[in-house]
Design a protein around this ligand. Structure first.
Ligand code: GRF
Length: 197
């Protein structure tokens, strides 16, 4: 039986596409649904193209975060996922959501956490004059971008790198490692600590 997951997105969905191509199509993992908080997210189109259920759950103006997350959790629960994969999902999930799915939510972040939590990581890395940049895949806890790290991959920053080239390099790594992590979790295989450095 394939391993059921739900993927949450807000935008382009290139990481979703990598997971579709490398996990869902081969059949080890079944993406039960893709849910976006943004009606125009291109990732919804990617899901439908692959024959995966896709829908929007948008936070209406003035709706409290807890209420939004409570309904989102209800929607997701119906799909009985073993794993919830945040792939560019831009909403901060409230503790009541996270408590409903203990040790079942992962996220990918475009920086070497704990450096550069939050937004605009490529710009901040360049402004700081860092020598390296990278990606982090981690378990989701109540504190933003702070849960236990599963995999971290890094690369050197070149003198001619820009926000755009850093984004491209980050995406190249993400598209390799996010599907890899999803597959390992699906097969209940240990992930070496050597991949966090
Ligand atoms: C990725 O860089 C990811 O690290 C961050 O948001 C971006 C989403 O890109 N959380 P995409 O929508 O998967 O193309």
């Amino acid at each position: 039986m394939s391993f059921p997951i739900v993927v949450l997105i807000s935008g382009n969905g290139s990481n979703l596409q990598a997971i579709i191509d490398k996990c869902h199509v081969p059949g080890d993992v079944e993406i039960k649904a893709v849910i976006s908080d943004q009606p125009g997210a291109y990732g919804l189109h990617r899901a439908l193209q692959a024959g995966i259920k896709a829908g929007v759950h948008k936070q209406v103006e003035g709706e409290p975060r807890d209420g939004y997350c409570f309904i989102l959790a209800d929607i997701i629960e119906d799909f009985e996922p073993e794993l919830i994969v945040l792939a560019g999902f831009m909403k901060l999930l409230s503790p009541c959501f996270i408590d409903r799915f203990p040790n079942k939510i992962i996220n990918i972040h475009p920086s070497l956490l704990p450096k550069y939590k939050g937004l605009h990581t490529h710009r901040r890395v360049l402004e700081a004059g860092d020598k390296e940049h990278g990606i982090t895949i981690h378990w989701v806890t109540e504190e933003l971008d702070s849960g236990p790290i599963i995999v971290q991959r890094r690369f050197p920053i070149m003198s001619d790198d820009t926000e755009e080239t850093l984004e491209q390099k980050v995406h190249l790594l993400e598209h390799i490692w996010y599907p890899w992590v999803v597959s390992r979790i699906a097969r209940n295989e240990r992930i070496s600590e050597n991949l966090v450095r």
